[in-house]
Structure formats: structure tokens, C-alpha cells
Ligand binder design. Structure first.
Ligand SMILES: Cc1cc2nc3c(=O)[nH]c(=O)nc-3n(C[C@H](O)[C@H](O)[C@H](O)COP(=O)(O)OP(=O)(O)OC[C@H]3O[C@@H](n4cnc5c(N)ncnc54)[C@H](O)[C@@H]3O)c2cc1C
Ligand SMILES: NC(=O)c1ccc[n+]([C@@H]2O[C@H](COP(=O)([O-])OP(=O)(O)OC[C@H]3O[C@@H](n4cnc5c(N)ncnc54)[C@H](O)[C@@H]3O)[C@@H](O)[C@H]2O)c1
Length: 468
């Protein structure tokens, strides 16, 4: 029997859930198909548990910088218990209730495209249900950890983001492969929670390669002080783990091997598009689904297929997936009414998404880095400021180290990008996001007066350093 809805969403992560919400608000009927847990990776194996593990480590760092305060040992069992609370003990009944209250139909099972506007769902227990869409199908299936083809790596059954965020014990010796966001955040968390030997194996020349280079350098310095060993330009030749769950040995092309109790692979993501039936609608399996600025998949006749969140590869961040989803739900509803609303377009991804890396120091950025702006052909000026010289930062703790960078478009006198690295820097980011996305002219930004004594005074100092 075929069930018919206006819209079918595959994947109930943060992106899928937001499409549901907006499409229903737009007057449409919606079914959402989810094979695991409503809430997606973000709620159970990514953003939420990782930040629950990092928060006590971050706080311990803050306390250590304020004379007169002291912190005993971190109670790891209590931290893990709080993480379990944060992920609702891997029970999604609350989120399912929310979907149903929107109201939308929640269908538990694995969804697969089966030609235009048809989704075949394999339900729990092996049953099948065929759903058809009157208006649109939205892919919101997210991404999965990518494993490099290093000999012995897959056989060693290493941790990925799934296992590390769900850890029930902290490994004594942890090796981390990768130098990006997951590698840095999880190395910080595991080390702060008691790993005795944490080694980060970076293929390139530094950490957080997509950010301004000073951010990765500051983080590497902080890691070194904390006892986290960061090895750059490593060349992993093979991995060996003779006993399942036993010790793991990483062999390099030249250096001596490294032994660890666990290996975390954090080398990027791949789209969750394998076996999704993309071939049945003329798209390539296993690839990111390319979309236009209305989030509609390109190259699909009659334009009924959309893709939001990680699966379209634009920016692998929850807040960006949710933003795309809001636009997508509104666009589908508008098109169903016969309205063409050109204002409903994804603009933010093009400016450069805001991102916070929850390490110590926190690193956050929006827009273009200096290198990206130059590569895009902008005539720019770069302004740097030592955040430790701001009174508000000094008051945060002794030895506060931080740095800010603004990339200015010299032709239009607006900001193209801003980066902050320093304790507590995360909360500075939204002001930068507004300035970059709204293209606030610098001589107008000058009148946005930051409060004294906050770290935000770095805004004033950046503008002064620019010459205003
Ligand atoms: C360790 C880690 C930490 C992170 N921390 C942050 C952070 O702090 N801030 C931030 O902004 N981003 C963070 N991210 C990125 C963030 O998790 C993703 O950008 C976000 O989860 C993407 O949302 P999504 O809805 O596109 O996909 P997902 O959250 O991956 O959800 C996709 C859903 O689709 C379901 N699904 C897949 N295929 C099918 C199918 N065929 N049928 C039915 N259901 C299917 C899956 O089960 C899943 O529930 C982090 C990522 C990792 C790995
Ligand atoms: N706080 C946050 O916002 C947050 C936290 C975690 C993850 N995320 C998102 O999740 C996504 C995935 O994060 P990630 O850290 O896995 O990916 P990433 O792209 O940030 O980093 C991947 C790292 O792996 C390295 N690498 C790639 N292939 C390799 C190989 N074969 N051998 C050795 N090293 C290799 C890269 O050089 C890079 O350092 C990111 O796009 C990020 O936006 C966001």
C-alpha cells in the first residue's frame, strides 16, 4: 500500500527535523523516515556528547588560571553520567514525540529512493512500506566518519567519533589520527579526563588546517603545555592490532612505531548516500548531493528532490544544516502554493560559516581566512590584535593568551572574515557573524561600542589597529 504525503524527509537529524517543522508550518503534510534515532548524529554521537565531555575540561582550564581557586581531580564517572543524561541515554522517545506534535508522521526504518517521488522504507523487523510524495523528497541523511585505506586500519576496529563520544572509560594511551576539529576536541577531552599519553598524528604541517594558521599554532602550544604530543607531517604506513580490543600499534614510514590502548580515527567525513537509491533518479551513489541555493538537487528533472545538512557537503555543521533546512521547508511550501519567493535562498553558506572549536583555547571563526580571501581575488588588509592586552581578557585569568584577526575588504571597507583564539572566545563569534554577513561598513561598526571590561573590547582594538 502506498502512503502519500506532500513531503517525505529521509533522516531525522537536526537538518531533517527542521525541514519537517517549516514544511508543516507552510501547510504541508510530512513524513520523516529515520533508521536510528530521531535527533541524528548531533544529538547522540557528535555535538552534544562531545561538548558534555569538553565542558568540565574547559572549566578546569579556566579555574587553573584564577589564583585562589583550586579544583580537585575531575570525577570522570560523574562526567560520563552527565554525558549520558545529555544524550537522553540514547533514547529518542522525546524527539519522536516532538516530531509527532508538529504534527508529522514519524516512520522508523531505512529509507531509499525508488524512482521519482517514491521512497521505499525497510522497517524494523524487515517489513516494507512505500511512501510517495506529492511535492518533494528531502535527503537529510547526514555523513559518516571516513576511514582512510591505510593497511590494517579497518581490521584494527579503531574508534571513530561514534565510539569516542560514547566512551564508557578513558583509554590510558590514546593515539588520534587527524588534525581537524574532531581530532583536536576529542584529544583535549580524553586527555583532560585522564588519558596518560595522548598523541595526535597530523598528516599536514599543523592543527586545524582550515583555520588561520595562528589558531592551530596556539592550540598546539597549549596542547604541548598540557602534555598532549602533537606530531606533524606523520606518514602512517600501517596499523596492527592482533587481539580485538587489545593494544594497537601504529607503524610509520620512518619513525619508530607508536603503541596505544586505543586509536581514534578523525580524518573527515563521507556523505551518507551509499545505498540510498540515488541511481534510481539519475544521481551518483556515495557522493555529496549537489544543490542550488534553494537546496534543490541539481540535475533531477522536475526539481522535486532537495538535500540539506551534511549530505550536501556545503558546511558540515549543525547550525548550517538547520539554516538550510529552514530555507528548504519554506521553499517547498512556497512552491507548492505557486509562489516563487526569490528572497528564500541560502546566502550564509557563501559568506563562510561560523564555527567554534571547543578546545582550550577556544578557536572560532566566520567568513574567509586571509588565504581564502586572497585566493578569491579580494584586495584585503589583515589586522591582528593580542587579546591578552584587553582589560576584560586580563581579568578572565592570569596569563590569558589570545589573538584576533580581521580580514578587511579594502574596496568596500567591510569585514570578509574574523578569527578569535583564546579562552572564552566562543561568545565573541556571533558579533563577527553579524558584521560579516550583514556587511556592516567599518565606519558604522565603529559606533557599536563594546562594554568595559569585557573581552569584546577586542573589537574596538581591532578597529583602532585598522586606523579608525
Ligand atoms: C564528534 C563531532 C562533534 C561535532 N560537533 C559539532 C558542534 O559542536 N557544532 C556543530 O555545529 N557541528 C558539530 N558537528 C557536526 C554535526 O554533527 C553535523 O554537521 C550534523 O549532525 C549534521 O546534521 P544532519 O541532520 O545533516 O545529519 P545527521 O545528524 O548525521 O543526521 C542524519 C540522520 O539521518 C539518518 N539516516 C541516514 N541515512 C538514512 C536512511 N537511508 N534512512 C533513514 N534514516 C537515515 C541517520 O540515522 C541520522 O539520524 C560534530 C560532528 C562530530 C562528528
Ligand atoms: N565544534 C565543531 O563545530 C565541530 C566539531 C567536530 C566536528 N565538526 C564538523 O565535523 C566535520 C568532520 O570533522 P573532522 O575533524 O573529522 O574532519 P576535518 O576535515 O576537520 O579534519 C580532517 C583531518 O584529517 C586529516 N586527514 C585526512 N585524511 C587523512 C589521512 N588519510 N591520514 C591522516 N590524516 C588525514 C586532515 O588533514 C585533517 O587534519 C568537520 O567538517 C567539522 O566541521 C564540527
Amino acid at each position: 500500500m502506498a502512503d502519500e504525503f506532500d513531503v517525505i524527509v529521509i533522516g531525522a537529524g537536526p537538518a531533517g527535523e527542521n525541514v519537517v517543522d517549516r514544511a508543516v508550518r507552510g501547510g504541508l503534510t510530512v513524513a520523516v523516515v529515520e533508521e536510528r534515532l530521531a535527533g541524528g548524529e548531533c544529538s547522540y554521537w557528535a555535538c552534544v556528547p562531545s561538548k558534555a565531555l569538553l565542558r568540565p575540561v574547559d572549566l578546569a582550564g579556566e579555574v587553573s588560571r584564577v589564583p585562589g581557586l583550586s579544583l580537585g581531580e575531575i570525577d570522570v564517572a560523574a562526567v560520563l553520567a552527565r554525558r549520558d543524561e545529555a544524550v537522553s541515554r540514547y533514547d529518542d522517545s522525546g524527539q519522536v514525540r516532538w516530531v509527532e506534535s508538529v504534527p508529522a508522521e514519524f516512520v522508523r526504518g531505512r529509507g531509499r529512493l525508488d524512482g521519482p517521488k517514491r521512497v521505499r522504507v525497510t522497517t524494523e523487523g524487515g517489513g516494507e512500506r512505500v511512501l510517495t510524495a506529492r511535492q518533494a523528497v528531502v535527503l537529510a541523511t547526514g555523513s559518516k566518519a571516513a576511514l582512510p585505506p591505510t593497511p590494517g586500519l579497518a581490521e584494527a576496529d579503531p574508534w571513530t567519533s561514534h565510539e569516542v563520544t560514547a566512551a564508557t572509560a578513558i583509554p590510558e594511551r590514546l593515539a588520534v589520527l587527524g588534525g581537524g576539529v574532531v581530532a583536536c576536541e576529542m584529544a583535549q577531552a580524553m586527555h583532560g579526563l585522564g588519558a596518560r599519553q595522548t598523541t595526535v598524528l597530523v598528516r599536514g604541517g599543523g592543527l586545524l588546517g582550515r583555520m588561520e594558521p595562528f589558531a592551530g599554532e596556539m592550540l598546539a602550544e597549549s596542547f604541548a603545555e598540557a602534555g598532549i604530543d602533537v606530531r606533524t607531517r606523520t606518514d602512517v604506513a600501517r596499523v596492527e592490532r592482533p587481539e580485538p580490543g587489545g593494544k594497537v600499534t601504529v607503524h610509520f614510514a620512518e619513525e619508530p612505531p607508536l603503541e596505544a590502548d586505543e586509536l581514534l580515527v578523525a580524518t573527515g567525513r563521507r556523505p551518507a548516500t551509499r545505498d540510498l537509491g540515488l541511481g534510481s533518479v539519475g544521481l551518483a551513489d556515495g557522493k555529496y548531493v549537489e544543490v542550488d541555493d534553494s537546496l534543490r538537487a541539481t540535475g533531477v528533472p522536475e526539481g522535486w528532490l532537495y538535500a540539506v545538512g551534511d549530505v550536501n557537503g556545503r558546511n558540515l555543521l549543525t547550525h548550517m544544516g538547520k539554516y538550510q533546512a529552514r530555507i528548504c521547508g519554506d521553499v517547498i511550501a512556497a512552491r507548492a502554493r505557486g509562489d516563487e519567493l526569490p528572497a528564500m535562498r541560502d546566502l550564509a553558506d557563501g559568506y563562510g560559516a561560523p564555527q567554534v572549536v571547543f578546545t582550550d583555547p577556544q578557536v572560532c571563526a566566520v567568513g574567509r581566512t586571509e588565504a581564502a580571501a586572497r585566493e578569491a581575488g579580494f584586495r584585503i588588509r589583515v589586522v591582528d590584535y593580542d587579546m591578552g592586552a584587553v582589560t576584560g581578557a586580563y581579568l578572565m585569568g592570569d596569563g590569558y593568551r589570545g589573538r584576533a584577526r580581521a580580514v578587511v575588504d579594502e574596496d568596500r571597507k567591510v569585514l570578509l572574515g574574523v578569527t578569535f583564539a583564546g579562552p572564552g572566545a566562543a561568545e565573541l563569534l556571533h558579533a563577527a557573524t553579524i558584521a560579516v554577513t550583514a556587511e556592516v561598513p567599518l565606519d558604522r561598526l565603529w559606533h557599536a561600542v563594546p562594554s568595559f571590561p569585557t573581552v569584546s573590547e577586542v573589537w574596538l582594538r581591532l578597529l583602532e589597529a585598522y586606523g579608525l
